[in-house]
Design a binder for this molecule. Structure first.
Ligand code: G
Ligand code: G
Ligand code: MN
Ligand code: NA
Length: 256
């Protein structure tokens, strides 16, 4: 209950902010983009990870506020980085959407406004959704995703491989990016089945002209296997965890 009161205030006080985990070009090591992950700097408890407050935020009806704050701050931050690091090319930043946000009528106009206010190029703000987020009402989700793309966002299907109907969504919905769930990536050096799944998912993504990101790249051995599998990008503790903005910019600069 104490946490509940704190969480309501946290938004007002600006205690919740995006950290940025690098997504790296497996071939060159250059940062291609970041995933924004919410972190709460609690005045007494220190850094509170999302697993400890997202459930509560959802119960309290705060997920829309969280998503708007994450998209707004990430977009502003990304615009600054693009201006300061022209050699970073088409740098992107992805933000996770929750199911309630995808179903919110005003989402598309909010995204269009946030992109315009930050002055971001088309596709630079990437929105991550999971299969679970789009399964509740697929035809409506399909329409929303199409409109989000028209509004200038790009789209990633997150945690790919953990759901049931992955292939249907992939072919039917306008995704730009496919993120392979870390479970398969983490075990691909020990488990032949996982390695085969990762390879076929990479090939599937490439055949569908999607950019493929492997999550859970915890060490150089996995990065090498993924490069051999012709995966485009890697994300994981082997490169960096989610970093505060200043540290993320240092990482970006040193990777270029
Ligand atoms: O960063 P970490 O690994 O602790 O994140 C745990 C979970 O919280 C992940 O599933 C991630 O997708 C989710 N998460 C982190 N930030 C956000 C956010 O801003 N919005 C939503 N909807 N989920 C988030
Ligand atoms: O659900 P989503 O894919 O958005 O989750 C991102 C989460 O994955 C974040 O909580 C982040 O901290 C976590 N994560 C990122 N890289 C790694 C990794 O290399 N290993 C593990 N175990 N988790 C990771
Ligand atoms: Mn994600
Ligand atoms: Na994921």
């Amino acid at each position: 209950l104490a946490l509940e009161a704190d969480l309501r205030n946290a938004f007002v006080r600006g205690e919740i902010e995006p950290f940025f985990q690098p997504i790296v070009n497996l071939k060159t090591g250059a940062v291609a983009g970041f995933e924004a992950l919410a972190r709460w700097r609690h005045p007494q408890r220190g850094l509170v990870p999302p697993d400890e407050f997202l459930g509560l935020a959802d119960e309290m009806g705060l997920m829309n506020d969280l998503g708007l704050m994450m998209m707004t701050q990430s977009s502003r931050q990304l615009a600054e980085w693009l201006a300061r690091h022209p050699s970073a090319g088409k740098l992107f930043c992805s933000v996770n959407l929750s199911v309630g946000e995808i179903e919110r009528a005003s989402l598309v106009e909010d995204v269009a406004r946030i992109i315009a206010e930050a002055g971001l190029p088309k596709g630079a703000l990437k929105l991550e959704v999971t299969e679970g987020d789009i399964m509740r009402d697929t035809s409506r989700a399909a329409e929303t995703l199409t409109r989000l793309r028209e509004a200038g966002a790009s789209l990633a299907l997150d945690d790919f491989g953990t759901g049931f109907s992955s292939l249907t969504w992939l072919a039917k919905l306008p995704f730009d990016t496919l993120k392979i769930d870390r479970y398969f990536v983490l075990t691909m050096d020990k488990d032949e089945g996982s390695a085969k799944i990762v390879k076929s998912v990479v090939n599937l993504g490439r055949d569908l002209s999607l950019e493929v990101v492997a999550e859970g790249v915890e060490n150089a051995g996995l990065a090498k296997l993924l490069l051999e599998a012709q995966c485009h990008y890697g994300q994981g503790f082997g490169y960096a965890q989610a970093l505060p903005a200043q540290e993320a910019e240092v990482y970006l600069n040193e990777s270029l």
